[in-house]
Design a protein around this ligand. Structure first.
Ligand code: ZN
Length: 187
């Protein structure tokens, strides 16, 4: 199992490098990220969160049953659960609709949750772990999770998108996580 990096580690602020070739090392990393995400009961995990600044994230929304997702694959309505888990390499997307607020947490910020406004639907293009180009449209939790992970790949964190009130409210916990991480890195 990989160690999940917490806020305060500088790797979370690094923009990920594009992955040009899916080497055996990348394939292994993806399998380890799937296992780490599952063990942590997360809906997504970015490479930065396991200490690697790369354009790679994994997603699995199957555990969350009270927040629906939609998926349109090859122009057809599809079952999002049957599409999980997914690895997205060098992902890009366009957004549709006005931003909607919804609750988010992050494995790099344990126990912190806040509403974040994001567009409700996205049209995604990425490479999968087999090196194939995948294109799909999604909405609901899946669209939110992909946007959250995509931010990580650019070095952007959900605290950057919190309202000023939410950020002020959570400041003591955020500062505590950062201080604990920095103390650990010094050792
Ligand atoms: Zn996160």
């Amino acid at each position: 199992m990989l160690t999940i990096v917490k806020y305060g580690d500088p790797v979370l602020r690094e923009k990920g490098a594009r992955i040009e070739k899916i080497t055996p090392e990348i394939k292994t990393l993806i399998q380890e990220m799937f296992a780490t995400m599952k063990a942590a009961r997360g809906v997504g995990l970015a490479a930065q969160q396991v200490g690697k600044a790369l354009q790679l994230c994994v997603i699995d929304i199957r555990e969350v049953t009270d927040r629906p997702s939609t998926l349109e694959l090859d122009g057809k309505e599809s079952d999002p659960n049957a599409f999980m888990p997914i690895a997205l390499i060098n992902p890009k997307f366009t957004t549709e609709g006005e931003p909607v607020a919804g609750p988010e947490g992050c494995l790099s910020f344990p126990e912190i949750y806040a509403d974040i406004a994001r567009p409700p639907q996205i049209d995604v293009t990425a490479t999968n772990e087999k090196g194939e180009t995948v294109r799909f449209k999604c909405g609901g939790l899946l669209a939110r999770a992909i946007q959250h992970e995509y931010d990580h790949l650019q070095g952007i964190l959900f605290i950057d998108r919190m309202s000023l009130d939410d950020k002020a409210e959570h400041k003591p916990e955020i500062d505590a996580i950062q201080a604990a991480t920095k103390a650990k890195l010094k050792k």
